[in-house]
Design a protein around this ligand. Sequence first.
Ligand SMILES: [Zn+2]
Length: 481
Amino acid sequence: MIVARVSRCAVFLLAALSTAPAWSADAEQPAVDPVVLAKIRDAALSSDWAWQRLSDLTDKIGPRLSGSPGAEAAVVQVAAALQAAGLTVTLQPAKVPHWVRGEEQAELVDYPGHPAGLTQHLHLTTLGGSVATPKKGLTAPVLVVHSFDDLKAHAAEAKGRIVLFDNAFDQDLADNGHAMSAYGQAVAYRVQGASAAARVGAVASLIRSVGGADFRLPHTGVMKYEDDAPKIPTAALTAEDAMWVARLAAQGPVSLHLTLTPQTLPDADSHNVLADLPGSDKPDEVVVVSGHLDSWDLAQGAIDDGAGITAAMGAVQVLKSLGLQAHRTIRVVGWMNEENGSGGSKAYFAAAKDKLAQQTAVIESDSGAGKPLGVIASVTLDSLARLSAVSKALQPIGATALERRDGEVGADISPLQDAGVPGFAPMVDTREYFYYHHTAADTLDKIKPENLRRQVATMAVLAYYLAEMPEPLPRVPVKAE
Ligand SMILES: [Zn+2]
């Protein structure tokens, strides 16, 4: 691992040395005036406009799952705020799934040493997209496994049972700056667990919640049924309750009664919100700065993704308030339906796909509102040196890291990235992001106003720079299938 890291840094250094940074003394002319970038940063740091928008979105609307009244209220509220800020607003139609949670309950029916007549409730939440149990619930013995391999090893015992995937979120990874890797590993059980369990005959499946910091909070999130397996109901237990069931199961047979009554309604009509700050002389060329409008239904969706969409809104509002107009159009996109289907992302791509050359760069913020540390860029190696002016402008707030990554840096922008458009995300401290992610505790109080201001500054400087640089960054080579 260490060898790989060293060699990657060496490559980066060579690349950086081979091209003079735009702001260095020997560069003839900075690509974008550093004084203007500093002015943008400072204006963002002294504005509470984005915070007000985030307060409106979370405290006055709250949960915004696709197809819900909250999601539609968010479209209206965000569009109105961007219009009032002086931007040209369009609503882009998108079809979205409409899933409603219903009742969610589980009790331990039997376990070794169970005192007669005692009922113990488990804390859980249904996973998005799950089918229902029978109305009165189902009762079945539990099979605890710790991985997909473990399930395979115990496949013969799964028939007629409720499979519990007791897989722990790796908080150590998150604590060391790799929260998204920890998420990626654990989320496989949330997404694929039900079908894996159904394939070996299970009647329902449960996971241990995908998240750190155990406050006995269940974390919801989307799951997916595969075509080759029956659809069985599925939910997430809190980490504590998953460990509890696993401890009991280690002593002998455990049975649960599980009642989940979600419904999948017909797809709904919804919208992305697009708001343009038109370019001065290349108005057809677009830089997207974005976050998603929808959230899970358990909470206010402050960190996921109220912070992202309002930081994107704030970034363009700051530019507008300074009277700045870049060469290219800067477009706020409030995506609909990131959480359970990406209907908004698909609609935008379908509308843009015949003129993809006009999409010059895409930014999405969807990792919460921890302290910004810099910028993640999915760009060619040569492009990094051209972005050093952004890092320099963000030096006073410490957001100087510039990390190149291959592949997706935001779910909604991934179709554009897959087509070669350079993609960006603010790099933020995510150590605590999965404490609250997709739980009832994703509320406004979790966000520090100064961190949101810093994120607005990061996105505003980056968006303006990308829209103002004389030539757009080169396309990223598309990987062969
Ligand atoms: Zn999100």
